[in-house]
Design a protein around this ligand. Sequence first.
Ligand code: GTP
Length: 288
Amino acid sequence: MSDSEEESQDRQLKLVVIGDGASGKTSLATRFAQEAFGKQYKQTIGLDFFLKRITLPGNLNVTLQVWDIGGQTLGGKMLDKYVYGAHGVLLVYDITNYQSFENLEDWFGMVKKANEESQVQPLVCLVGNKIDMEHMRTVKSDKHQRFCQENGLISQFVSAKTGDSVRSRPEALGCRTQSVPRERSLYLLISFWSPPPTPTPHQVFLCFQRVAAEILGVKLNKAEMEQSQMIVKAELVNYPQDEGPVRQDTAQQSKICSRVVKADIVNYSQDPVARAANPQRSSMCLVQ
Ligand SMILES: Nc1nc2c(ncn2[C@@H]2O[C@H](COP(=O)(O)OP(=O)(O)OP(=O)(O)O)[C@@H](O)[C@H]2O)c(=O)[nH]1
């Protein structure tokens, strides 16, 4: 095998996703590996595996082996075996479930114990999931940050549900806002902070990418780092009546921007399904 062939071989990383039951671990892994999301909760018994190949800056191909560990394994005999040898750990909690945050101490304690004899400690990322339900948040962002600082963890907020598609313009999301002046101003507001409409990776992908990059010591550029860390929700727009089908796909989209932005309150006048699934909307654009 030539040198260049050897160099182009994939690196393999084992990433373990742990946290309380129903915090969204399987959903994160599925969003990352399959670009999918299921509303139905199906408890993971034991563990599941996902594989995904990504390319990091410098043309470095990395195969991520994602171990999705069932939340019920905490305190069980197998957990330390699952976690042992992981290069990275995603410690997941649900921002709307305080107990899932409190239990992180136990999960993190187990990670440390499982690897205490290992020479290399895994990189641990604290993941606050379900930020599409910001209005139901029970874990304050500063608690999250404190936990990260105290334990030397990297920090991430995501939504497995929306994928938190950042850096997309309204037209790229299928919104047609031109016909209503109020929406037009919102469109302009968002456009002002948005870069050109190129297809960009979603937040969950960026979260995994960031962990892989940190493990391998690969530097992400400033834009990639900002994308992976900044989350702004802009749930908005008073859609005209004839645009129901478009709305369904776009009801959960978020936007990235660098400060607080006042936005319109949503009024999904033609979309009872989306409304039922998402009863409350933020009237502000929130900066994490
Ligand atoms: N709104 C919202 N719901 C989510 C999100 N992520 C997961 N869910 C829902 O939360 C429930 C639990 O998600 P799972 O991914 O199965 O949770 P888990 O942590 O794998 O659960 P265990 O298998 O018991 O460990 C499901 O009904 C998901 O649809 C999210 O980001 N936002």
